[in-house]
Structures are given as structure tokens and as C-alpha cells.
Design a binder for this molecule. Structure first.
Ligand code: AKB
Length: 312
């Protein structure tokens, strides 16, 4: 990775990833793109609607990119509310990004998700290679995306790589439209209101990861020796699995007066129920040394400390 173009650069992952990549590879070597204008972006930035293949091609070519990191996508709950738009954006954007990468011979990364699994997938310690019959539009997009990335590698030799992200938690940019977002919202509300109403029911386990570990995973996978990768795309990765009352208890260790109740959102609960409780990351560990630094305890300490400062 020397000259990197990032789509969806103002999204939850993109906004932190761009900063990390610029620190490692140099400010001028990372082109951030998004459909909306950035305020005060430090390095190169261009407006890009990922459904516009020609502009994506021109931007990547003019920048002299050797790597494409394609992050622009709708998350699960938003996609469920507008499935046709989700298909057009998630699949159209991905096809364009893959084609541009093929035409310009770019190394390629795009994330899949635990959303690529469905109700018939084994729920605990979900294997790397298993049944994938998701029941959401987001999941359908993610499975199709995983297959497309494999196809571009097999058919054209394009260096495609990717992971299945769990819910990502960060104090920097809030997520939008995901099912796992409760695990971010809860920290904000704990500080501002001392109370949180969870839209996910007690007992619903989902995989999660703190953002610094997620960003490091992208860099580590992209820098890994390609000859050691058997899977290439859609590596299961997770740092922790918990359900709402466990994160509430962890917050109470720092804010003893914090309380939580439940008002379950049927749409997001149904999505969460169709996803695994916990996935097995051993293929990522064995093939490219995937590792994490943060568990629930360490993440909670860090989140509360950073957010308290931010919200002052
Ligand atoms: C979502 O909840 O949609 C995302 C995801 C797990 O892919 N955070």
C-alpha cells in the first residue's frame, strides 16, 4: 500500500481509518472520498458517489492509486428500511470499485460483516466456512460481495482482501443505521443521562470490537503475505461477544448510578436474532496473525474516559 483511495471516508470506519493510514503512509498518499463534503479534512479529499463508475476511475487514476479501500455502504437497519436503494448502493458501489481496481490493478479491501450469516448458521463459535443464508438485504449484499471478491481474485487475479466485521464501537464518529449501534449509544447516554433504554433485548449476544483493533486488522490483513492467505476475503474477526446487561454492568463499575431498561425495536431485534452469538476468528489468527488489544473491560474504561472529555 503506497497510494490509497478510500471510499465512504466520512463514515464510522472511514473517518478514523483515513487518519490512521495517513499516519502510516503519509498525508498526501491517502485520498479520502465521500458523497458529502468534509469540513476541515486535513489531506486530499474529493466528492465521490460510488455509483458513478467513471468518476471513481478518474479519481483513482489521477491520484496514481495502488490500493482501493471500499467502505461506502448502507448498514443493516437502514438497508432493511430501503432494500432497493441498499442493493443499488451496496452492490453497485462494490461492482464499480472492483472494476476500477481490475482496470487499474489496485490491491483491494472491502469489509463484510457478521450480517453475512443467517438463522440457519451455527450460532456459537460460528466457523469461517459455514452455511450463509442471511434473511436481510444487508446480509444478501454481504454474501454476494464476499463471492464477488473471491470471483475477482480467481478470475482476474485481483488482490482482493476482506474481513467480516462485528459491531464496531468508537467514541469518534457515531455509527448510523446499524443493528449493533446500541453498544455505542449506551456509552453516550450513560454519560449524558445516566440512563439508557436498549432497543436490543436482554440475552441477545452479538460479536463486537473496539475501533482501534478494527483499524489495525485492516492494515495487518492488507500488509500480510498474500501467499499465506487461503481465504483472502471475509475472514471472521471478533474481539468480544456480549449482551446488553453485560455492557450495562461494566459501565456501572465506573458510573454506579447508571440504569438501563428495555424498549425492544422489532426490526433490529429480528436482525440481531438472525446473527451469530459469537464467531470463530481462528482462520484470521492462523493466516495473518489477527490480534486484538481490547476486551469489554478495557474498552469500557477507554470509551468512558474519552467520551467524558468529548462531551464536556
Ligand atoms: C450493523 O449493525 O449493521 C453493522 C454490522 C455488524 O455490520 N454494525
Amino acid at each position: 500500500m503506497e497510494k490509497i483511495i478510500v471510499t465512504g471516508a466520512l463514515g464510522q470506519i472511514g473517518s478514523e481509518l483515513v487518519g490512521k493510514l495517513r499516519t502510516i503512509y503519509g498525508e498526501d498518499n491517502v485520498l479520502a472520498t465521500d458523497i458529502r463534503k468534509a469540513d476541515g479534512e486535513a489531506g486530499p479529499f474529493e466528492l465521490l458517489d460510488v455509483t458513478d463508475a467513471q468518476r471513481m476511475h478518474d479519481l483513482a487514476k489521477d491520484f496514481g492509486a495502488d490500493t482501493m479501500i471500499h467502505m461506502a455502504a448502507l448498514l443493516s437497519a437502514t438497508a432493511e428500511k430501503n432494500p432497493v436503494f441498499a442493493w443499488n448502493l451496496n452492490m453497485g458501489g462494490l461492482m464499480n470499485a472492483l472494476e476500477v481496481s481490475r482496470e487499474l490493478n489496485l490491491q483491494f479491501f472491502t469489509p463484510s460483516s457478521i450480517g453475512a450469516f443467517g438463522p440457519s448458521t451455527p450460532k456459537d463459535n460460528t466457523p469461517q466456512d459455514t452455511l450463509q443464508r442471511p434473511t436481510t438485504m444487508y446480509g444478501v449484499n454481504k454474501v454476494a460481495g464476499e463471492l464477488l471478491c473471491d470471483y475477482y481474485f480467481e478470475r482476474f487475479g485481483l488482490d482482493t482482501r476482506g474481513v467480516r466485521f462485528p459491531g464496531l464501537i468508537s467514541y469518534v464518529t457515531p455509527p448510523g443505521g446499524g443493528t449493533t449501534d446500541y453498544a455505542v449509544d449506551i456509552y453516550y447516554k450513560a454519560i449524558t443521562d445516566g440512563q439508557y433504554t436498549s432497543y436490543i433485548a436482554e440475552g441477545t449476544y452479538m460479536d463486537m470490537m473496539y475501533m482501534p483493533d478494527a483499524l489495525q486488522a485492516i492494515v495487518d490483513l492488507m500488509e500480510a503475505d498474500g501467499s499465506k492467505l487461503t481465504h483472502r476475503n471475509a475472514f471472521n474477526i471478533s474481539a468480544m461477544s456480549f449482551e446488553p446487561s453485560q455492557i450495562a454492568k461494566e459501565i456501572q463499575k465506573h458510573i454506579p448510578t447508571f440504569t438501563m431498561d428495555y424498549n425492544v425495536d422489532p426490526l433490529r431485534q429480528k436482525i440481531a436474532d438472525s446473527w451469530p452469538n459469537s464467531i470463530d476468528s481462528s482462520a484470521a489468527i492462523n493466516e495473518w496473525g489477527f490480534r486484538t488489544e481490547y476486551d469489554l473491560e478495557k474498552m469500557t474504561q477507554h470509551m468512558l474516559q474519552k467520551l467524558t472529555k468529548k462531551l464536556q
